[in-house]
Design a protein around this ligand. Structure first.
Ligand code: ASP
Length: 403
């Protein structure tokens, strides 16, 4: 009988399950797991961290370059961008509000006496710090906000350079592809990383941590649902003047595809087809939807907010209001930098965590069930893009009629 390879989510789940079982064996004497098993988990985390700068740098630069001509896409581009940023920020706020409402139900880990404090900073300092005074230093320090600014300028510069920028544009596009492939390789070793980290967490903390995963998944899905009803329902009804029921019925094939493939990119062709069938202008949907598949990730933003509060609470960190503002900013930007492929949102979560000083190892707590988060968040990601395509199409039709 031909051997069938297990899919990655199944392997990650098995890694988590075996990690929990092995951790239970070392309950009460976790020295072995801490000294000899956890370090392999740390290697996995290091690999995740090292990749964040190149992913953000190349995927955002490539995204800007793909707009082709800054002037031509100016009008549609700005409206699309504002819509995307606004809905994503609302998504993070919904995620944060819900996670804080349920924070009492989240566990607190044994952190071997170490006290973690989220690093808070003055809002003006954060804003000034976004603009780098040195091009390399933010990359060396993995300081993501200035890296994003560098990427935006690089993209704009490439476009402004016209013909001379074309070769660089091609190079950036190739680099972006190469970085994606590296990301795929690292994602492949997630089962081992999850096994090592989860084993140590359970050996040190006991099995109660496992039950809390169901709660954090429930909170994220509640956030997804609220965002669909409140934000997308409102947008479709009042901005586009369309019945939300007709919209969701028309979107069903793309939503099901997103839910099962957990990839916005893979769902893109179906999303374009669904939108065009519902009356979107083809030239609008072929611009707005690919851009959205790359930069607009409302579901990912909700997940990152919920996961950040959950992991913070596990480490005994209570986020202050200014740290929450930082989460809104970084999660909005992190979701822009997230590639539309399966599992990418979890990698970008490390950017949000490090921005507020939460240990990145915390990702291991939820990595074993990331697929479940990803199914919901990808479905939201592509639905948000579609609401924008329908709205901009309606506006463009009205403009053309007024001429
Ligand atoms: N899988 C998501 C998407 O393709 C990205 C993520 O992992 O959050 O939209």
């Amino acid at each position: 009988m031909a051997k069938q390879k297990l899919s990655l989510p199944v392997r990650i789940f098995i890694g988590m399950f075996l990690g929990i079982l092995t951790g239970l064996c070392f309950l009460g004497s976790p020295e072995f797991t801490t000294q000899y098993i956890k370090p392999f988990g740390t290697i996995y985390i290091n690999l995740l961290k090292f990749l964040v700068v190149p992913v953000v740098l190349f995927s955002i630069t490539d995204g800007v370059v793909s707009l082709k001509d800054l002037r031509r896409v100016g009008s549609v581009g700005i409206r699309t961008f504002v819509y995307y940023i606004f809905t994503t920020a609302v998504a993070v706020i919904i995620g944060l509000a819900l996670a804080n409402a349920f924070v009492g139900a989240f566990p607190r880990l044994e952190t071997s006496g170490a006290e973690y404090a989220a690093t808070g900073s003055n809002v003006m300092d954060v804003i000034v710090g976004i603009f780098p005074s040195n091009a390399l230093q933010p990359m060396v320090a993995s300081d993501m906000l200035p890296v994003i600014v560098i990427a935006l300028f690089a993209g704009a510069g490439i476009l402004a350079a016209g013909e001379k920028g074309e070769k660089i544009a091609e190079l950036v596009n190739c680099m972006s592809e190469v970085v994606m492939k590296i990301m795929m390789m690292i994602i492949q070793i997630t089962p081992i990383g999850v096994f090592c980290l989860m084993c140590n967490v359970v050996a040190v903390n006991g099995p109660s941590i496992v039950g809390s995963l169901a709660i954090v998944i429930g909170v994220a899905y509640l956030g997804y649902l609220l965002h669909v009803v409140l934000v997308y329902g409102f947008s479709v009804r009042f901005l586009s003047g369309m019945s939300p029921i007709a919209f969701f019925r028309g979107m069903a094939p793309a939503m099901i595809c997103a839910f099962t493939t957990t990839s916005s990119n893979a769902t893109l062709p179906l999303n374009i087809e669904c939108c065009n069938k519902m009356g979107a202008e083809p030239e609008i949907s072929s611009f707005v939807l690919p851009l959205g598949a790359t930069i607009n990730m409302d579901g990912t933003a909700i997940y990152q907010a919920v996961a950040t509060v959950f992991i913070a609470s596990c480490y005994g960190i209570t986020l202050t209001l200014s740290q929450m503002a930082m989460v809104v900013l970084t999660a909005t930007l992190a979701s822009i930098g997230t590639a539309g492929v399966s599992g990418a949102g979890m990698i970008m979560l490390s950017m949000v965590l490090s921005a507020v000083g939460i240990p990145v190892e915390g990702i291991a707590l939820i990595a074993g069930v990331d697929k479940i988060f990803d199914m919901g968040r990808t479905t939201l990601n592509i639905t948000g893009d579609a609401t924008c395509a329908i709205w901009i199409s309606k506006q463009e039709r009205a403009r053309a009629a007024a001429k």
